[in-house]
Design a protein around this ligand. Structure first.
Ligand SMILES: Cc1cc2nc3c(=O)[nH]c(=O)nc-3n(C[C@H](O)[C@H](O)[C@H](O)COP(=O)(O)OP(=O)(O)OC[C@H]3O[C@@H](n4cnc5c(N)ncnc54)[C@H](O)[C@@H]3O)c2cc1C
Length: 332
């Protein structure tokens, strides 16, 4: 029940995905409520009315808080281009410094002035006391963990599994078609260069009792090197444990041999991605899928929805004896 590749909470609005996964597990009710430490104090995330009132030492109503935040926002920025400008325009300098600046700098390894405004699309504030991190209709944790789900999916007479084996293009030769969910650039031997990712280092913390009293604690200050700490027993609140295991996450540039976690997708990477998409579009008998195959950040439910849809489309094409395309979802 310890999430080896970082904490994973399942959440979706997609009925088909929810029903599909429920064949393989029972989801236990779980609501993700994140906290953040900033300037030596603890607040609730996403920034909600409790966060705003605590941070400014006030007791504002929703309308008062809305008007107050508008008075903080930098309205002189009419057309925000960078993440920093967008945040200053939405929330003003104080909340930006406390909750966005340091965290973003650590997560992406560059200044928020170098990131596009599009990363912060909507107003990232709530003017009520809702601290549920996700908006989706379904949210939960699989009672026996994610491995049991994957085992259930693979437990099918038509599926054979080879583990601990690096896929190479030549292996596809024995098959009519390959659905490839490894890295797009890796499939082509990184011939055009490596698509940029951030990777994570996890520092394990073990102890007795409770370490932090919640599942996820973010750290907004730049002076604290980790971005967050996850205390894994809080992801399965139906279990009781006297001891505890946590992981602090440190974000850095992904080098050769590291696990690629977050695609960077800035201007430079988009240009390289375009090269790979051009090459891939000419390939036959292979379809690139998933987060690595399409170089996108995808939540689990989106990945599964895309895979189910790709299967529908591929089966229909096979029935018509038509070729299966390299992409069902375009990476660009
Ligand atoms: C830190 C973190 C936290 C996340 N938290 C959440 C969350 O809370 N909720 C949520 O919905 N989503 C979350 N996600 C997203 C989730 O991890 C992805 O949606 C999911 O992993 C995508 O599945 P995938 O099959 O496309 O890719 P992956 O799960 O990465 O699977 C690709 C597989 O291919 C293997 N592979 C790569 N290259 C080769 C090769 N050459 N040969 C053989 N095998 C290869 C890899 O080892 C890997 O097992 C999180 C992601 C990260 C990075």
């Amino acid at each position: 029940m310890v999430h080896k590749y970082g904490p994973h909470i399942f959440h979706t609005d997609n009925e088909r995905v929810w029903e599909y996964l429920n064949q393989f597990t029972t989801f236990m009710p779980y609501t993700n409520r994140v906290k953040t430490t900033s300037g030596g104090k603890v607040y609730s995330l996403p920034i909600n009315l409790l966060t705003i009132n605590q941070f400014f030492g006030k007791a504002m109503s929703p309308d008062e808080a809305r008007a107050f935040i508008e008075s903080q926002a930098d309205m002189s920025i009419s057309n925000p281009e960078t993440f920093e400008e967008q945040a200053l325009r939405f929330v003003g300098p104080d909340l930006y410094e406390a909750f966005f600046k340091g965290y973003t700098q650590k997560q992406w390894g560059c200044s928020p002035t170098q990131l596009p405004a599009s990363i912060l699309k909507r107003l990232p504030l709530r003017f009520n006391y809702d601290d549920n991190y996700f908006f989706h209709k379904y949210q939960g944790m699989p009672v026996d963990g994610y491995t049991a789900i994957v085992e259930g999916i693979l437990d099918c007479p038509n599926v054979s599994v080879t583990l601990n084996h690096d896929f190479e293009k030549s292996q596809g030769k024995g098959y009519d078609h390959v659905f490839y969910s490894g890295p797009l650039d890796g499939y082509f031997g990184y011939s055009e260069g490596r698509l940029g990712y951030r990777t994570l280092d996890f520092k394990e913390i073990r102890g007795d009792g409770d370490y932090q009293g919640c599942a996820v604690m973010n750290y907004g200050d730049e002076s604290v090197a980790h971005t967050r700490i996850a205390e894994h027993k809080y992801f399965s609140p139906w279990e009781a444990h006297e001891k505890t295991v946590c992981f602090a996450e440190y974000s850095r540039a992904c080098e050769e041999g590291d696990i690629p976690y977050y695609p960077i997708r800035l201007t430079e990477e988009q240009a390289l991605l375009k090269h790979y998409v051009d090459i891939a579009s000419k390939a036959s008998n292979v379809t690139f899928m998933g987060r690595l195959g399409t170089y996108r950040y995808l939540d689990m439910d989106v990945t599964i929805a895309e895979a189910l849809s790709a299967a529908d489309q591929a089966l229909a094409l096979i029935a018509k004896k038509e070729p299966i395309p390299p992409f069902f979802t375009q990476p660009l």
